[in-house]
Design a protein around this ligand. Structure first.
Ligand code: C2E
Ligand code: MG
Ligand code: MG
Ligand code: MG
Length: 281
């Protein structure tokens, strides 16, 4: 019996587990250096207005070109960045890059392009947020109405007082606010009447089986109707198939983001996309 116990105990300290924690410590060390070493890169995924057949803008999505592990997706390092507080400096880099790139596109003649940037709760709640964003807009010369911030519902329902103040300050600057992953948070709809948001973004999880799951079809229709009644924009994310596209257009959602049109692309490829039919004015 004693032997078995020893055996069990030994398993707890298995090399496999030690390896894994070493790996995550290593990743954390790497993350601290990643900004200095210029390892982050922004991808841009087009948002398409199917009514006018134009690209209205792009969502900026961060990736990490890790020297050894290759291209890492946000899910592989954003949680670690949040834990360590590094999300503040990474987030600021993302904002700066997104605004600068979009201003460059404007200067190349695509002046109607907007850009959306995801904000993590920590980033949104930092005291210097407004000041920092103002600085980035001034420095890059991007008009504030070309910048949209994507916030999640859970961020909005916590600490509503401060959140409301911040959103009002952002709106005063002329920045747009979008509710990302709409419908997936634990929120009541009540906040929508108090918060000056511009756009609801229907989560991919509803879109995935929209043509086969009547519940998700009903939820999607309800979100579209809600947005129209409140005079908000509505966009669907994660649209991959023609069937999904047809359903959405038929039910009045004409703003689309998803692999059906394009995956997120590096800047160099964004302008070359065949789908681009932007009014060049
Ligand atoms: P999100 O803001 O909801 O972004 C949409 C995600 O869905 C992106 O994943 C995008 O590549 C993916 N996507 C878009 N269309 C399709 C599709 O048709 N099919 C499939 N399978 N996926 C699609 P990504 O780039 O991996 O980002 C995941 C999440 O990481 C984002 O979700 C966002 O919450 C977060 N994130 C990304 N960039 C940033 C950033 O710069 N800052 C912060 N704080 N979070 C970020
Ligand atoms: Mg987003
Ligand atoms: Mg989303
Ligand atoms: Mg999502």
């Amino acid at each position: 019996k004693a032997k078995e116990q020893t055996g069990n105990k030994y398993q707890v300290y298995s090399p496999e587990i030690e390896d894994r924690s070493l790996e995550s410590i290593q990743l954390e060390n790497d993350l601290y250096k990643a900004l200095d070493q210029n390892e982050f890169v922004l991808y841009f995924q087009p948002k398409v207005d199917t009514a006018s057949n134009t690209v209205t803008g792009a969502e900026a999505l961060v990736r990490w070109k890790h020297p050894k592990l290759g291209l890492l997706a946000p899910k592989d390092f954003i949680p670690l960045a949040e834990e360590t507080g590094l999300i503040l400096s990474i987030g600021e880099w993302v904002l700066q890059q997104a605004c600068q790139q979009t201003k460059t596109w404007h200067d190349q003649g695509y002046s109607s392009l907007g850009v959306s940037v995801n904000l993590s709760p920590q980033q949104f709640n930092q005291d210097q947020l407004i000041c920092r964003i103002k600085g980035i807009l001034e420095e890059t010369g991007l008009p504030s109405h070309s910048l949209e911030l994507e916030l999640t519902e859970n961020l909005i329902i916590h600490n509503t007082e401060k959140t409301l103040t911040t959103i009002h300050q952002l709106k005063k600057l002329g920045i747009k606010i979008s509710i990302d992953d709409f419908g997936t948070g634990y929120s009541s709809l009540g906040y929508l009447k108090d918060f000056p948001v511009d756009t609801l973004k229907i989560d991919k999880s509803f879109i995935d089986d929209i043509t086969t799951n009547p519940n998700n079809a009903a939820i999607t229709n309800t979100i579209i109707t809600l947005a129209k009644s409140l005079q908000l924009q509505v966009i669907a994310e994660g649209v991959e198939t023609k069937d999904q596209l047809d359903f959405l257009i038929e039910h009045g959602c004409t703003l689309i983001q998803g692999y059906y049109f394009s995956q997120p692309l590096e800047e160099a490829h964004f302008l070359k996309q065949p789908l681009r039919v932007i009014n060049n004015n």
